[in-house]
Design a protein around this ligand. Structure first.
Ligand code: TYD
Length: 141
């Protein structure tokens, strides 16, 4: 499995409009191609701070700007792309084997993440050199 940044796509989510606001629903395997096992969210991010800076070996994620905006840098070792997330009814699918950095958070931004597995420290690759080695190993498998 040699995932690339082109496998990371923006998914339009549902948006049910109500006179008192909107609701967006995400059901695992229905609206996104994995079951949701874990949810976490980043908030109170100080101005100028970045998050992420790692890759996952097997985890699938949907990243949503539940409030405000931020940029996601995706890197598969060969190609890079930057996606701006700024709407709660769109999510970015991030497949395994992609280096990501979360950048340029707006004030008050909330980054909601739906994840396919429980937290596992062993699923992280936190050094960029190790990420490149991982991609090369997968390529020759
Ligand atoms: P990390 O994933 O490194 O944050 P980010 O990529 O947003 O900068 O996680 C930060 C800390 O939180 C780290 O010590 C691991 C811990 N953590 C958990 O214990 N469980 C989780 O589900 C997550 C996402 C992080």
């Amino acid at each position: 499995m040699q995932n690339s940044v082109y496998d990371c796509v923006i998914l339009p989510l549902s948006k049910i409009h109500n006179r008192a606001g909107n609701i967006t629903i995400v059901e695992g395997q229905t609206h996104i191609p994995f079951e949701v096992c874990r949810i976490y969210y980043l908030y109170d991010i100080p101005g100028g701070e970045d998050r992420g800076g790692h890759a996952h070996k097997t985890l699938h994620q949907l990243i949503v700007a539940a409030s405000g905006s931020f940029n996601v840098l995706l890197d598969d070792g060969q190609n890079k792309k930057i996606i701006t997330l700024n709407r709660p009814d769109y999510g970015l699918m991030v497949v395994p084997g992609i280096w990501r950095e979360l950048l340029e958070f707006s004030s008050g931004a909330i980054c909601l993440v739906l994840a396919s597995q429980k937290y596992s420290k062993d699923d992280y690759i936190r050094e960029y050199d190790q990420f490149i080695d991982f991609k090369v190993r997968i390529h020759y498998k």
